[in-house]
Design a protein around this ligand. Structure first.
Ligand code: NAD
Length: 369
């Protein structure tokens, strides 16, 4: 409970004090940098798929406090390509079976886990045991038990753990948190949120239950769930849900589309959706006593913007969300500060998503109180 309040508070604080916190962070960072002028946090990417290739590696080059120093891959040919492109030395190239050898490699401070969802615990725990800080992609894992194992391993190793919730650093989402918390349109009453896309290759791991843990809810519905949690600053008490499959060949193992409802302690109710079947779902709309505000698109890497009921636009300058997320984690490490996206935050989402699946399976409202 203490942790929950803490992380929620951190998110508000970032919103309300956005400008101030930038200079505050800058002051702290410059203090550390004065002591260690050239110190940048060395990141190893574990899993060199689409996210690492097209987002994380380019973003690392835009960071202030991080550098790409290592990789973990099961494919030697891929290692050669990355080695050439990013000048990674041979001694900083690992596979999933020899990650423990990182223990004696000072070039690597953080391992960023970017593998399929159900491998996050195995790879995060190996990184923690090697004495590395862990940045783990969302969803944190496919069960509450495995999330807890990651948290425990990082605690035992005395290393920091963060979850890749990039939107906690995105200015337009943060502005909406401000509108909600400062009650600019009065008390929040209802939120609608949804994120989905039509999925391609029917053989990919995202459609396999053992590797993905579920379908669009685990993959992208989690962003809609997050939005309801960071806008309210509360944890849901009740959840109900319905899922559907219209293509049973492609969606043999996971849901195709899902809708869920939640009720929060303040009385806010939400209606959320996620799909792997059609385009266009990428928004939230928050209704308050005296008006509303929305982002659409809300969760993309770029182009996030929205409207308010008083006709003002929400359109703050774009940032590289991944660079901001990694720089923030680097600063937490350099300054011995807690992250605002800790493992406990990832675990809470997985717990709620498990309740959503239970509600869909049983047809009953599930209590999370
Ligand atoms: P991907 O399929 O493109 O890459 C997965 C990587 O894991 C590949 O390099 C693959 O070789 C490796 N891997 C290791 N063991 C594997 C196994 N047994 N089966 C399959 N692949 C294996 O996936 P991705 O899109 O890069 O997603 C990776 C993680 O990042 C997922 O957890 C996903 O949810 C998350 N992600 C987050 C965001 C975000 O915006 N934060 C965006 C995309 C993906």
């Amino acid at each position: 409970m203490k942790m929950k309040l803490h992380s929620r508070r951190e998110f508000i604080k970032t919103t309300a004090l956005a400008a101030a916190s930038v200079s505050f962070a800058g002051t702290l960072a410059s203090r550390v940098r004065a002591a260690e002028p050239d110190r940048k946090i060395g990141f190893a990417l574990a899993g060199l798929g689409r996210l690492s290739t097209y987002q994380l590696a380019p973003a690392l080059h835009k960071t202030k406090y991080c550098r790409l120093t290592g990789i973990v891959t099961g494919h030697p040919a891929e290692a050669e390509e990355w080695k050439a492109q990013y000048h990674i030395s041979d001694k900083n190239i690992y596979n999933y079976d020899n990650m423990e050898k990182m223990a004696d490699n000072p070039d690597i401070d953080v391992v960023y886990i970017v593998t399929p969802n159900a491998l996050h615990a195995e790879h995060s725990i190996k990184a923690a045991k090697a004495g590395k800080h862990v940045l783990c992609e969302k969803p944190m894992e496919v069960s509450v038990k495995k999330c807890q194992q990651i948290i425990d391993a990082c605690k035992r190793a005395g290393r920091q753990l963060a979850i890749g919730y990039r939107l906690h650093f995105e200015p337009n989402n943060l502005e909406c948190v401000r509108l909600a918390r400062e009650k600019v349109f009065g008390d929040l009453k209802m939120i609608e949120a949804g994120f989905g896309f039509p999925i391609g290759d029917p053989t990919q791991w995202r459609l396999k239950r053992d590797l993905a843990g579920g379908g669009p809810l685990m993959d992208v519905g989690i962003y809609a769930l997050q939005a309801t949690r960071y806008l309210t600053g509360e944890e849901p008490l009740l959840v109900s849900a319905i899922e559907t499959v219209t293509d049973p060949v492609k969606f043999k193992e996971v849901e195709e589309s899902i809708v869920w409802q939640t009720k929060f302690p303040s009385g806010v109710i939400t209606h959320c959706s996620s799909t792997y079947n059609f385009p266009g779902l990428n928004y939230f709309k928050a209704y308050a006593k005296k008006g509303w505000f929305e982002l659409n698109p809300a969760y993309s890497y770029s182009g996030i913007q929205g409207q308010r009921s008083d006709r003002q636009e929400i359109h703050l300058p774009e940032i590289d969300q991944f660079a901001a997320e990694m720089d923030d984690f680097a600063q937490c490490i350099l300054n011995h500060q807690p992250t605002k996206v800790p493992g406990e935050e990832g675990l809470r989402d997985v717990k709620i998503m498990m309740a959503i699946y239970e509600a869909a399976r049983t047809g009953k409202t599930v209590s999370l109180a």
